[in-house]
Design a protein around this ligand. Structure first.
Ligand SMILES: Cc1cc2nc3c(=O)[nH]c(=O)nc-3n(C[C@H](O)[C@H](O)[C@H](O)COP(=O)(O)OP(=O)(O)OC[C@H]3O[C@@H](n4cnc5c(N)ncnc54)[C@H](O)[C@@H]3O)c2cc1C
Length: 354
């Protein structure tokens, strides 16, 4: 019998698989990957909310855990996916420089907000008031990470490329079975696909659609992430940059739209002056939650069924710590942080009358 079946292989499924590998647990991942937020993700980790100069939820411990977490995977799989890159925030007015300096005094922001502003030396970036520099930021090449990790799982026969069919799931007291597989536990890591999961679709996953563009320009030559109305993120492909992202709360489709393309181009044109070519556009649905906290924990009725979801807009930073919390909760009986525990939505479950 396996220890685990993991359903869904985005950042959540990968992070949980990594906990299983590190702890010598046997498992199989079942995932069908064309509707994945992780593949679309800009992959940025950034410990500061740059609109308001505030700190995201639990950013410091998340970052402290996430960087070595990705670095261990890099070493084991002999692949480079972490590009440490400062974020240069364009100041739109002198007043923003003052707000930055005030924020840089706060204990949870001071390690990240440099008080030395950087002059703009790039003739194609429109930034008259210099940049604020965010340290300890960067980008994980998520699509590459997933691809290489999946190859490893395929080699060890631990990955099945298929849509999980709930009709074939049987739940017993001490294990679950699915087609020919038997496992002590099953963990659902389906991102927005959770909406079609009959066991967990009572959870308030709203989903926020996002789109990014990929542009190519030989002129820009950026070696940092630039943030103005959009993020401009250097990628591994020569002279290519990710431009993102949009936020759409009502459209729940996975297709790219002309509306998003025009929005991103109009914001980009306010910050760069060189010619560029749009060479790609991607769309995904972020697994966002009503109260902006992850969805982690045990099914209210089935003790061997778990969920790891709700990574929201910051899956790169959030996934490693919450996967660790879930693993220790299942294996070592440690309590889950009440902020992430799905127990907080037990009333919603009761309302379903199951
Ligand atoms: C435009 C955009 C930009 C973003 N930028 C960033 C960023 O810069 N930094 C950051 O940290 N985060 C970013 N995010 C958010 C990030 O993508 C998410 O937080 C994270 O990827 C969610 O991972 P997940 O594993 O929960 O879901 P997903 O990545 O969606 O993975 C779920 C997987 O499960 C599969 N699946 C679902 N149901 C089933 C089923 N029944 N059977 C089989 N397989 C199934 C899906 O096909 C998919 O492959 C961005 C998101 C978007 C859309």
């Amino acid at each position: 019998m396996l220890d685990y079946i993991v359903v869904g292989f985005g950042l959540a499924g990968l992070s949980f698989s990594e906990q299983l590998q590190k702890n010598n647990k046997s498992f199989v991942v079942i995932s069908e990957g064309d509707k994945s937020s992780s593949i679309v993700a800009g992959g940025m980790y950034n410990p500061v909310i740059l609109k308001r100069f505030t700190s995201p939820w639990n950013a410091i411990p998340q970052l402290e855990y996430a960087i070595p977490f990705y670095s261990e995977i890099e070493q084991r799989l002999n692949v480079r996916v972490n590009n440490s890159l400062p974020v240069l925030r364009v100041f739109n007015a002198i007043e923003e420089q003052n707000n930055w300096l005030i924020a840089s005094d706060k204990p949870n922001l001071s390690p990240f907000l440099s008080v030395d502003f950087k002059k703009n030396n790039n003739e194609y970036i429109l930034a008259d008031n210099d940049f604020g520099v965010v340290e300890s930021a960067g980008r994980i090449e998520v699509a590459k990470l997933l691809k290489v990790y999946r190859l490893g799982l395929l080699k060890s026969n631990s990955y099945q490329n298929e849509v999980f069919d709930f009709k074939n799931l049987n739940i017993y007291d001490d294990h679950v079975s699915y087609k020919g597989l038997k496992a002590k536990n099953i963990v659902f890591c389906e991102g927005f696909g959770l909406k079609s999961n009959p066991y967990f679709n009572y959870l308030p996953l709203n989903g926020t659609k996002g789109e990014v563009l990929i542009i190519k320009t030989e002129k820009l030559k950026l070696d940092s992430i630039v943030k103005s109305g959009v993020f401009i993120i250097p990628t591994e492909d020569k002279d290519c940059y990710l431009i993102g992202a949009t936020y759409h709360w009502t459209d729940k489709t996975w297709n790219t739209t002309e509306e998003a393309r025009l929005e991103l181009i109009s914001k980009l044109d306010l910050v760069i002056s060189c010619k560029y070519e749009v060479v790609g556009q991607l769309a995904g649905i972020r697994p966002t939650v009503k109260d902006r906290r992850p969805l982690v924990g045990r099914h209210p009725e089935y003790k061997n069924m778990f969920v790891l979801n709700g990574l929201g807009t910051r899956g790169v930073m959030v996934a490693p710590t919450v996967s660790d919390e879930l693993f220790n909760y299942i294996e070592n009986n440690t309590a889950l942080d009440t902020e992430i525990d799905i127990e907080r939505f037990v009333d919603e479950y009761k309302k379903t009358g199951v």
